[in-house]
Design a protein around this ligand. Structure first.
Ligand code: FDA
Length: 294
């Protein structure tokens, strides 16, 4: 991870920055809104542009069981809303720490199981959080996959361990491949962009050899092009709401399957900081506007 990106993540942890972000409304660039209704409206708008969606009810690292239950309820509502609109190609994405992983693995497993029971044939993907959570996340995934086909998990190219993890996933798994959004120590993660890119390509090849359905989740045109040229057909291209919409549209125009990750909900701040850290130019634009006299 670049020094700049790490600095942005530290800066945005400051409470002053948080209240400025609330006032400025910058979060709306990356988040559909605070309610499921706004998430669904965004999904319908994207469908009109030929794109599928994956809904993410924002939140992470809950510290009380009641919060984990509330997040699970929110996902059950999302699954029901997707069922109510069969014209949408919709999936769901969850973070296990939002479902109570910091309290216990069993709690998160039970909560995700409840989401899966409602979701039925709707795909449920598990986001991957920082490296401390990877073992527990993969354990929960493996356990629930026994009874649920429509579950998938994310693998981060930045982590040294991911090659082994990709080999260990069950054959035919549904896997989201990303670079990785968290501030990780160099003892566990590649620091240089070129290394992360190379690892992404290697993981793609490994997953293809293991017959996976691969969600190529990146806005990096070189990686998208690499996946296209590889000629493997169980691939879907995924990008975040509000990021590289030009590339999203181009892939649709080329006839490729594109799914947009649509976050919604009141707990948008940690998500926003990761997006700002990925593109410091956006952060400078935001700070300049804040500094201008009103
Ligand atoms: P990179 O950051 O190099 O960006 C490539 C280009 O895309 C940039 O040059 C710029 O043009 C544009 N761009 C990228 N980010 C931008 C931004 N925020 N604002 C404006 N332009 C931007 N991570 C994780 O750790 N766990 C997870 O579960 C997920 N899940 C996930 C789902 C989906 C659908 C996506 C697309 C991404 C994730 N991620 C994630 C995030 C991922 O790990 C990574 O941090 C971001 O995708 C940014 O990396 P890129 O691969 O896009 O490349």
């Amino acid at each position: 991870m670049s020094v700049l990106r790490a600095s942005v993540l530290r800066l945005t942890a400051h409470p002053v920055f948080r209240s400025a972000a609330v006032r400025s409304g910058i979060w709306r660039r990356f988040v559909a809104g605070e309610t499921l209704r706004e998430g669904m409206e965004t999904a319908q708008m994207l469908r009109a542009s030929g794109m599928a969606v994956i809904l993410d009810h924002l939140g992470e690292n809950v510290s009380a069981q009641a919060q984990a239950t509330a997040a699970t309820d929110a996902y059950v509502d999302a699954a029901e809303s997707l069922h109510a609109d069969p014209t949408l190609d919709g999936a769901i994405s969850v973070k296990l720490t939002q479902l109570g992983l910091d309290l216990s693995t069993q709690l998160a497993t039970e909560n995700l199981s409840r989401v899966l029971d409602t979701a039925g044939s709707t795909l449920v993907m598990i986001d991957m959080e920082s490296h401390d959570y990877v073992d527990r996340t993969l354990d929960v995934y493996r356990k629930l996959r026994v009874d649920h086909d429509q579950i998938g998990v994310c693998i981060q190219a930045c982590l040294h361990r991911s090659t082994r993890d990709a080999f260990d996933l069950p054959e035919g798994a549904i896997v989201r491949l990303v670079k990785g959004a968290y501030l990780e120590p160099q003892s566990v993660a590649f620091a240089r962009r070129a290394e992360v890119r190379a690892a992404f390509g290697g993981l793609f090849a490994t997953l293809a050899a293991r017959d996976a359905t691969i969600h190529v989740a990146t806005h990096d045109p070189a990686l998208v092009e690499g996946a296209r040229r590889f000629g493997y057909d169980r691939v879907e291209y995924q990008m975040l709401y509000g990021v590289r919409t030009d590339l999203q549209r181009k892939l649709v125009a080329d006839g490729l399957p594109v799914r947009v990750y649509v976050p919604y909900g009141g707990e948008w701040y940690p998500y926003l900081t990761r997006r700002l850290a990925e593109r410091p130019a956006t952060l400078w634009f935001f700070l300049r506007n804040l500094a201008r006299p009103r």
